[in-house]
Design a protein around this ligand. Structure first.
Ligand code: HEC
Length: 150
């Protein structure tokens, strides 16, 4: 009996961590489902960064509508948290590549927040470019969805 349980507990650890890695990979950065389908829910709970990203996406859509109505776009998201939010794959968000892209995104957001109506559309495009830049480098799955912001 003790022998049996020690074998299963030895086997369980790699199986669980493999499942965790796979689901993290499949749900966050691999291809996403077609438009209109509900997003998959991560059985391990969505990471802070995944939730922030969804809020950033919705916020960008709202800003796009504001620009289309001739208003200066204003964000409702604490986007600075891109530097600290816990990611599904923490090693990704800890990379230098990630930091460089995150700082570039923050710069484009700052410019957009300070923009007047005449510049807003171009600066919004720069901001979406910075989303795409990071995703191209680190997390290509959501790119299809992000492109809809253009
Ligand atoms: C500095 C890199 C970086 C930038 C900039 C960035 N993202 Fe992300 N994004 C990520 C990473 C990494 C993930 C995976 C998050 C996780 O699973 O923890 C992600 C995940 C996502 C997801 C999937 C969230 C989910 O449901 O799992 C969407 C949608 C998304 N990003 C949209 C955007 C949009 C829109 C922007 C620009 C406003 C943006 N991203 C800017 C790195 C970035």
């Amino acid at each position: 009996m003790p022998k049996h349980s020690s074998i299963t507990s030895r086997l369980r650890i790699p199986a669980v961590s493999l499942a965790f890695l796979l689901s993290g990979y499949l749900l966050s950065c691999a291809s996403q489902k077609a438009a209109g389908e509900p997003q998959p829910v991560n059985p391990n709970g969505d990471s802070e960064l995944a939730l922030l990203m969804r809020a950033m996406f919705d916020d960008a859509l709202l800003m796009k509508q504001q620009i289309e109505r001739g208003k200066a776009p204003r964000t409702g998201v604490d986007y600075d948290r891109i530097l600290t939010a816990q990611a599904t794959q923490p090693e990704k968000a800890a990379s230098v590549d990630y930091k460089v892209h995150a700082l570039s995104y923050l710069q484009t957001m700052k410019a957009l927040q300070e923009a007047d109506v005449a510049q807003a559309s171009q600066l919004f495009g720069n901001m979406v470019n910075s989303c795409m830049g990071c995703h191209q480098a680190l997390c290509p799955g959501p790119m299809v969805r992000i492109k809809k912001l253009y």
